[in-house]
Design a protein around this ligand. Structure first.
Ligand code: URA
Length: 432
């Protein structure tokens, strides 16, 4: 039996640990045989000393083995694809990507999470659809993916229990932002959920975990290596989060935008990211198509209405009402007007995300309820021209005071200048 204090000491002193040692430590922690204070010290040692790629793989593998796993591919007799985003502001990508992938004939079964800090969560967004259920037993989840082609649900309690404990511990011990720990946390959940091929979307910018392209690349490479070592096909997109994604930030507002995107009427950056991600997912699927053909099929599914039809079937299958009129609207809508004319050269994502949380679109504590109707719609984005007095954004709020406070914060997130800044694409880099 390992002695946790000895492993902590060796990691503290910068030594590499054996895979079996890491596995024993993590599995013992998941069983409750190693206390939080020893794992907290271990995480802090990892934070300062890092983990080698062999150690990171051992950690990920032990986390997967701490609970149940699902073999979706075997259950469906198909190669199954999945996607994951590291989280940002206005990121409703899965809600548009899933129906397009399914409309192209590729099963899309995904377990999603809730909002964390200023970043929204797919489950919270879906729950703004009246009646929508995010909790399905595994057999119902699989049956829905087989019958409708798509299901998005919450992670079941028995999937990677080690991550649930470890993540909560890291959250309160200042050990979240370590590349190996983030990579193991994300990839353990993806591997346990059983997809054969995974498209990872690592967000880069002020609204993301990773603030620089260099850091995002390190995280992307680490996750790619973990996936490949586990025998999965992985592609990692590094995408811009230096401004909110699309226009809408806030739950029901984002559902409306995802639906508009399924009709081909989404904001250009969001529409592009969605089609790009779908093309990669189709190219990794069992359709036997390349990236260009994947892109063509994605565009066709949007143009011919089949993606929207799948969306409606999917929402009904999970108990929801897909009509846009069923979504809640906020009682107060306040426009944020441009104080001068010019070009938007900056629209910081983080203050917009925080403003949306303060309006009630996100949680400040785990127990907080969500106000699904409120949020921010960015009417101008980086590179757009604006005339003095035209709207830069709209605030959707519960009352006038909340709207005024958010309007001030959102206005401060904009920087206007006489000349446009250099354009920056939504997809910054692709790692494969
Ligand atoms: N998301 C996760 O699931 N885990 C992390 O550690 C960070 C982001």
């Amino acid at each position: 039996m390992i002695r946790p204090a000895e492993l902590i000491e060796r990691k503290r002193d910068g030594h590499e640990l054996g895979g079996e040692e890491i596995a024993e430590l993590i599995l013992a922690y998941a069983r409750g045989d190693v206390p939080d204070y020893q794992l907290a010290a271990f995480c802090m040692a990892v934070y300062f000393r890092g983990l080698s790629s062999a150690e990171t793989f051992a950690l990920t593998d032990a986390m997967v083995r701490s609970g149940a796993t699902i073999d979706v591919g075997a259950a469906l007799g198909r190669r199954v694809v999945d996607k994951h985003s590291t989280g940002g502001v206005g990121d409703k990508t899965s809600i548009a990507v899933g129906p397009i992938v399914a409309a192209c004939g590729v099963p899309f079964g995904k377990m999603s999470g809730r909002g964390l800090g200023h970043t929204g969560g797919t489950l919270d967004k879906l729950e703004s659809i009246p009646g929508f259920r995010v909790e399905l037993p595994t057999d119902a989840f699989l049956a829905q993916v087989r019958d409708i082609g798509i299901a998005i649900v919450g992670q079941t309690a028995d999937l990677v229990p080690a991550d649930k404990k470890l993540y909560a511990l890291r959250d309160v011990t200042a050990t979240v932002d370590n590349v190996s720990l983030i990579a193991a946390s994300i990839m353990s959940k993806k591997l346990a959920a059983g997809a054969d091929a995974i498209v990872l979307d690592v967000k880069v910018g002020d609204g993301a975990f990773m603030k620089t392209l260099e850091d995002a690349e390190v995280l992307g490479e680490a996750m790619l290596a973990l996936g490949q070592r586990a025998g999965r096909d992985v592609v990692c997109l590094l995408t811009d989060m230096d401004q909110p994604l699309g226009a809408a930030v806030g739950n029901a507002l984002e559902i409306r935008e995802a639906v508009a995107t399924l009709r081909g009427e989404g904001p250009p950056d969001f529409q592009e990211l969605v089609l790009h991600a779908v093309a990669h997912l189709l190219a990794l699927s069992d359709l036997g198509v390349d990236l260009d053909e994947g892109r063509r099929r994605a565009e066709t599914a949007v143009q011919d209405g089949s993606a929207l039809a799948v969306y409606e079937r999917w929402i009904r299958a999970q108990g929801g009402d897909p009509a846009e009129a069923a979504l809640l609207s906020a009682p107060v809508v306040l426009e944020v007007l441009a104080p001068r004319g010019g070009y938007v050269v900056r629209l910081a994502a983080l203050p917009v995300g925080i403003a949306a949380v303060r309006l009630g679109a996100g949680r400040r504590t785990k127990e907080d309820p969500i106000d699904h109707a409120v949020g921010v719609v960015c009417r101008r984005k980086r590179g757009d021209a604006v005339v003095e007095g035209e709207p830069l954004a709209e605030i959707h709020a519960r009352d006038d005071d909340a709207a005024a406070a958010a309007a001030e914060a959102v206005l401060a997130a904009f920087e206007l200048a006489d000349e446009p800044s250099r354009a920056r694409p939504i997809v910054l880099q692709t790692l494969a």
